[in-house]
Design a protein around this ligand. Structure first.
Ligand code: FAD
Ligand code: FES
Ligand code: MG
Length: 276
């Protein structure tokens, strides 16, 4: 799959976030908000899931936004326009249910901002009142602010260090909004601790809260069992049953534990490889 373009969105404190535009007529024609792809950068590499941030059926192109996390995202960030990815499969997962809920809040933390953007856009197009809360560690790591503002009635920016917007966590702004008014849906994507904190806040306000889980995936098609999550009393596969689930039903402790299974091995691979 040919890479049409690459843009560095953030590069600060050792964290790089890039937007990569890939040519794929089929994925561009079918992808809907909330869906993802699974790609391999090189034949000998691993498969990683990334959200479809934007799909342009006319151009046959798909935008992905990746934050450097370890070996494979480093490889991906190293690609150049004109290079080709070894493989890409998608769109995968259930699309977000887009309908008129009424008043919705979207919460994005870090690279999760990229994942809420297509959903915010689709919910706005469906006639909802959209409030987005986006947060990052600092000003340099904040992505897609302009794009989120374009599709939101209000966009609240939070930074951990106060270098831009308001100082504090996204959950503080969320709690304030929920205390002032009634909302029909909260949709959150970000690191697991952030989504869990959102779930704790929204539980006391009894508002439907959806989260897109970043469970570790291998095939992405329901065959390997790697992305197993516990939702209420049921076992689900995040790739085919999700990736979105009711936040109040997620076993967060189990998700955190399963997501760290390969942490030591991945560090080892990074040390052995020349990818820096
Ligand atoms: P590693 O060092 O291998 O891992 C770092 C951390 O990333 C691990 O602790 C684990 O929590 C997670 N991870 C590792 N391998 C996988 C895997 N195969 N599947 C899922 N998580 C993994 N990241 C983005 O930057 N942008 C996105 O749009 C995005 N969308 C995602 C959508 C879905 C449905 C899922 C499940 C994850 C998404 N992620 C996204 C996370 C991304 O897949 C991981 O950051 C990436 O796989 C890390 O790989 P690595 O080898 O660079 O890092
Ligand atoms: Fe294999 Fe979901 S990634 S079952
Ligand atoms: Mg990896």
């Amino acid at each position: 799959m040919k890479i049409l373009g690459k843009e560095v969105l953030a590069d600060s404190q050792g964290v790089r976030i890039v937007k990569i535009t890939i040519q794929s007529l089929d994925i561009a024609a079918k992808a809907k908000a909330g869906q993802f792809v699974v790609l391999m950068v090189k034949e000998e590499g691993e498969r990683i899931p990334l959200t479809v941030v934007n799909a342009d059926p006319k151009k046959g192109s798909v935008d992905l936004i990746a934050q450097e996390a370890g070996f494979t995202t480093k490889l991906l960030i190293g690609v150049k326009a004109g290079d080709s990815l070894y493989s890409i499969v998608g769109p995968l997962g259930h699309p977000t249910e887009i309908k008129k809920y009424g008043k919705v809040i979207l919460v994005g933390g870090g690279v999760g901002i990229a994942e809420i953007y297509p959903v915010a856009k689709a919910l706005k197009d469906a006639g909802n009142q959209v409030i987005s809360i986006i947060g990052s560690r600092n000003k340099e790591l904040l992505i897609l602010e302009r794009e989120l503002k374009e599709v939101s009635d209000e966009c609240i920016v939070m930074t951990d260090d106060g270098s831009y917007g308001r100082k504090g966590f996204v959950t503080e702004a969320l709690k304030e909004l929920l205390e002032k008014s009634k909302y029909d849906l909260v949709y959150a994507v970000g690191p697991v601790p952030m989504m869990r904190a959102v779930s704790v806040v929204t539980k006391s306000f009894n508002v439907l809260t959806l989260v897109s889980l970043n469970a570790t995936m291998v095939d992405g098609t329901g065959m390997c069992g790697c992305c197993r999550v516990s939702i209420g009393k049921e076992v689900k596969f995040s790739c085919v049953d999700g990736p979105e689930f009711d936040a109040s039903q997620v076993d967060w402790q189990e998700l955190l534990k399963r997501n760290s299974i390969y942490t030591e091995k991945e560090k080892h691979i990074c040390r052995l490889s020349s990818v820096e």
